[in-house]
Design a protein around this ligand. Structure first.
Ligand code: NAD
Ligand code: UDP
Length: 339
């Protein structure tokens, strides 16, 4: 049984679909701070399989202990946390408490219950600004530019220290690049609260008319068209990466090996903001009005993954391209507005 914290969120929900489809049983802990309980029924509809959800907080050790007592948890995939970069500068204490303290509580409960297998949602943000692209896992990490990024960096450090202290743990840090897209069914996807910070939800909301226009943050970056370049990955590909990470942990456990591994999950290809806008317009045959706006504070020119290590060691390869990402994001947005 796999405990999935934050399992009803954007990446968690897609991962649960892949886990259930690959024969894993799951149980979820989510406080619903950034999602709603109806995501459970949508996952059930997609997979035809049911699973238990505990509504509660990763800060609540008593509840976490109860989950471990009531279920035989073999491994944890830990998504739960706050993730809005801008907000993290406004309410940093909430970010450190939720993300760092919440993770510490979870780790203490895991240890007390002798569960030492963990997949953690890290982020490409831990690389900070780097001169050399694509990014390899071995790149020396630069200071993240905001409290959110620092929580990810701190948790990575905590997990590295934990593994050093007891190398019977099996820990995989997955550094996600930019997940976009949605499940093909259109039933689950990213549903941001309020005004979206991220590019793709802003594009889909502009295309549907909720937003007047997209602000393209800067066209004077050192990139092929001047707009920022990122490594966008379809959320379903990203979700599959978690199943492969668990498979690796199971294999290592069978051989009585502990490990701490770090993998980039990205496609290895960088696209600019205008590449995304133009592909979205073309494949969906819909307009996305935009204006060129000033740069957004803290943004960097370019960031994309070297995905070789995940390919070699996990067998991870992205199957979906930018057109799929744009089509599936749009399909989800249209479904949201129809229902
Ligand atoms: P999300 O907000 O959709 O999902 C997070 C889930 O965790 C939500 O369902 C929320 O209700 C729950 N949650 C938050 N705090 C909690 C707490 N204290 N206790 C219990 N549940 C809690 O976010 P997501 O995009 O699915 O991201 C999942 C993870 O991946 C996060 O840790 C995020 O930082 C990380 N990540 C996301 C991205 C991205 O672009 N989406 C990129 C890199 C890393
Ligand atoms: N971006 C933009 N307009 C928006 C949101 C984002 O031009 O409304 C740009 C942003 O400057 C960056 C890229 O889109 O170059 C991806 O931004 P996002 O916030 O989605 O992800 P990030 O890479 O910052 O985590």
């Amino acid at each position: 049984m796999i405990l999935v914290t934050g399992g009803l969120g954007y990446i968690g929900s897609h991962t649960i679909v892949e886990l259930l489809n690959n024969g894993y049983d799951v149980v979820v802990l989510d406080n619903l701070s950034n999602t709603s309980i109806d995501v459970k029924d949508k996952i059930k509809k997609i997979t035809g399989k049911d699973f238990k959800v505990y509504i509660g907080d990763i800060l609540d050790k008593e509840l976490e202990n109860k989950i471990f007592k009531e279920n035989k948890i073999d491994a944890v995939i830990h998504f739960a946390g706050l993730k809005a970069v801008g907000e993290s500068s406004v309410i940093p204490l909430e970010y450190y408490k939720n993300n760092v303290e919440g993770t510490l509580h979870l780790l203490e409960v895991m240890k007390a219950n002798n569960c030492k297998s963990l997949v953690f949602s890290s982020s490409a943000t831990v690389y900070g600004a780097q001169d050399i692209q694509p990014l390899k896992e071995s790149a020396p990490l630069q200071d993240p530019t905001n409290p959110y990024g620092r929580t990810k960096r701190m948790i990575e450090d905590i997990l590295k220290d934990l593994y050093k202290s007891d190398n019977s743990w099996n820990i995989i840090l997955l550094r996600y690049f930019n997940p976009i897209g949605a499940h093909q069914s259109g039933l689950i996807g990213e549903k941001p609260n309020g005004i979206p910070n991220n590019l793709m939800p802003y594009i889909t909301q502009t295309a549907i008319g909720v937003r007047d226009h997209l602000n393209v943050f800067g066209n004077d970056y050192k990139t092929h068209d001047g707009t920022g370049v990122r490594d966008y990955i379809h959320v379903v590909d990203l979700a599959r990466g978690h199943v492969l990470a668990l498979n690796k942990i199971n294999k290592d456990k069978k051989e009585s090996k502990g490990n701490l591994d770090i993998y980039n999950l990205g496609t290895g290809v960088g696209y600019s903001v205008l590449d995304i806008v133009n592909t979205f317009k073309k494949v969906n045959n819909i307009d996305v009005p935009y204006v060129i706006a000033p740069r957004r504070a803290g943004d960097i020119d370019c960031c994309y993954a070297d995905p070789t290590k995940a390919y070699k060691e996990l067998g991870f390869k992205c199957e979906k391209n930018l057109s799929d990402m744009c089509k599936d994001s749009w399909n989800f947005q249209k479904n949201l507005n129809e229902n």
